[in-house]
Design a protein around this ligand. Structure first.
Ligand code: DX5
Ligand code: ZN
Length: 231
């Protein structure tokens, strides 16, 4: 059966996607329910293969459990060298969006087409040192660009100072394409850095450490949302 993605189309609002990488994995269901009731828009799930990035995280089994336990769209970020090997299992597990890295080894357009054929929304991510021009040939194939605002692999790092310029370049490419494409940012987002990302053109924000390492995740999420001058 085809996956039927819950990921919404671009809607002019800022979406917030808590990253469960920083959640308490012994109480994951409780942490997810807390951010859902605090108004999270999507749930960000970081998949790491120990090769594309120097860390390991989760597999399709976790996505399957999340799917059965939350209505939030599952925004799955594949930090893996060969994403083509993993899109079917993650689609079958219930991913609503699969984001692959432009720097991965598989053919990007072929992999994006294969994701779309499974009924899943498509994303491409770029690392901080990648020239955003790589996105220009991809805009017909993607629903989302994920701009890394830290070097991928770990939660809790600081938002890189070079990020606003990178986000602005990506926003220009999206605008020039005339397509409705989300611009999501990932890494070091908190109530202080969220406005910098939004002003540069982001319309979706991943936040892990700032939400789940807070004593009050609901408040932390609301503070990030309130940092958006448009809401
Ligand atoms: C980093 C991951 C991020 C991470 C963000 O490689 O892709 O999604 O969870 O975490 P924070 O918000 O703590 O920087
Ligand atoms: Zn991520």
């Amino acid at each position: 059966m085809k996956n039927s993605s819950k990921m919404p189309a671009v809607n002019g609002k800022i979406s917030i996607a808590p990253s469960i990488l920083s959640a308490d994995l012994c109480h994951l269901g409780k942490d997810v329910a807390r951010v859902a009731s605090a108004g999270a828009d999507w749930l960000h799930v970081d998949i790491m293969d120990g090769h594309f990035v120097p860390n390991l995280s989760f597999g399709p089994a976790l996505v399957r459990s999340l799917k059965a336990n939350t209505d939030l769209p599952l925004d799955v970020h594949l930090m893996v060298t060969n994403p083509r090997n993993f899109i079917e299992p993650f689609a079958a597990a219930g991913a609503d969006l699969l984001t692959i890295h432009a720097e991965s080894q598989d053919d990007t357009i072929q992999t994006l087409k294969a994701i779309a054929d499974l009924g899943v929304k498509t994303g491409v991510s770029i690392k901080p040192d990648t020239n955003p021009a790589v996105l220009k040939p991809l805009t017909d194939y993607i629903d989302l660009v994920l701009v890394m605002t830290v070097y991928p692999g770990f939660g809790g790092q600081a938002f890189l100072e070079s990020s606003p310029a990178q986000i602005r370049s990506v926003r220009q490419i999206i605008q020039a394409s005339g397509k409705q494409i989300w611009l999501e940012v990932d890494g070091g987002i908190n109530a202080k850095t969220a406005p910098l990302a939004i002003q540069a053109g982001a319309d979706a924000l991943v936040a892990g450490h700032a939400i789940f390492s807070s004593a009050d995740p609901e408040l932390a999420l609301k503070q990030i949302r309130q940092a958006n001058p448009e809401i």
